[in-house]
Design a protein around this ligand. Structure first.
Ligand SMILES: [Fe+2]
Length: 322
């Protein structure tokens, strides 16, 4: 087992499950909108998963690592559905101890639930448009709130279900391990306004259809100074339609190739019931496309995404229309 992967044992998991069942006997995904439940989860997490949380926190604040992962046990005496919901509760409890999660405005849950029914990725064209290469595209995560673009300090990703034969890896590059970090971080062109087309999210509706979310155009810097050093907003495609100077486009391409060829990258397998928490202010990350879906599975992948409410603003963003 690697140094950054921790295990949450069955004993602690069952104890946690029983404690939650005492106050909330019939837990569903909708129940996570309830503040009392989330507070109860946070308390139970601190009480029962103290060692796990302490180890994760140490890795997250270590600039040479910046990521920690935990495999959440299953209880074979419980049903599949109970294991799904209690697994999500355990991930929520751990994230609540590591950062304050932003509330999803749709549904008021402390996470975003993403699901991929069979065939959706292909049918939507997202594979062809954005993921037609085997290269891992390193980036930082962002979100938009009231037209402002933010980079959250931390993010959490919990794979509830993975129905692929080759789920591939999650990759990350701590800034401290990237030999050209200082050079690029001082670059005036990357600190000036650059126009970007941010990648739209693939949204899946209840009937299993999919569509793209809104596209955003962002004009702002890629790098700026944070409290503890330079921070990156690196996401989407540089606008090649004349809004950027040729020098800016060339500099961006140089940054992309430098990252592609960089050493110092870590990787961890994408696996079911694995929670990955990442320091988004000290690392880039990217992941392999999952390959070979298991035939007959009702869901190809389901995961929860947690985003830190503590964040760094990178300025205004507007909806992209042309
Ligand atoms: Fe990401």
């Amino acid at each position: 087992m690697s140094d950054y992967l921790i295990e949450l044992g069955r004993k602690e998991y069952v104890e946690f499950s029983q404690r939650i069942a005492g106050s909330f006997p019939k837990l569903t995904f909708g129940a996570f909108a309830n503040r009392d439940l989330c507070n109860e989860l946070a308390y139970a997490g601190k009480d029962l998963f103290g060692d796990v949380i302490e180890s994760m926190q140490a890795l997250l604040i270590d600039p040479s690592v910046g990521l920690s992962a935990v495999d959440i046990a299953r209880d074979d005496a419980s049903t599949d559905h109970q294991n799904l919901v209690i697994g999500a509760a355990a991930a929520t409890a751990i994230c609540a101890s590591l950062f304050e999660s932003r509330t999803n405005p749709i549904g008021q849950t402390p996470f975003w639930l993403h699901m991929t029914p069979p065939g959706v990725a292909k049918a939507s064209g997202i594979d062809i448009q954005y993921n037609n290469t085997t290269d891992v595209v390193l980036h930082t995560d962002w979100y938009c709130s009231n037209d402002e673009a933010y980079v959250p300090n931390r993010i959490g990703l919990f794979n509830l279900l993975v129905s692929y034969k080759r789920p591939g890896n999650f990759h990350w590059l701590p800034f401290s391990k990237w030999s050209e970090f200082t050079e690029f971080s001082k670059n005036d062109l990357l600190r000036s306004d650059i126009s970007f087309e941010l990648l739209p999210q693939l949204l899946v509706t209840k009937d299993g259809n999919s569509r793209f979310g809104e596209k955003y155009l962002r004009t702002g810097p890629i790098v700026k100074d944070g409290e503890a050093g330079p921070i990156y907003f690196l996401n989407g495609r540089i606008d090649r339609n004349g809004r950027n100077s040729t020098q800016t486009v060339a500099e961006f391409d140089r940054l992309r190739s430098a990252l592609k060829e960089s050493y110092g990258r870590f990787e961890i397998a994408q696996a079911e019931r694995r929670l990955i928490v990442l320091n988004n202010l000290t690392c880039f990350h990217g992941r392999d496309r999952m390959e070979d879906p298991i035939p007959g599975a009702p869901v190809q992948r389901a995961f929860l995404r947690f985003m830190d409410d503590t964040r760094v603003s990178f300025g205004k963003t507007q909806v992209f229309h042309d």
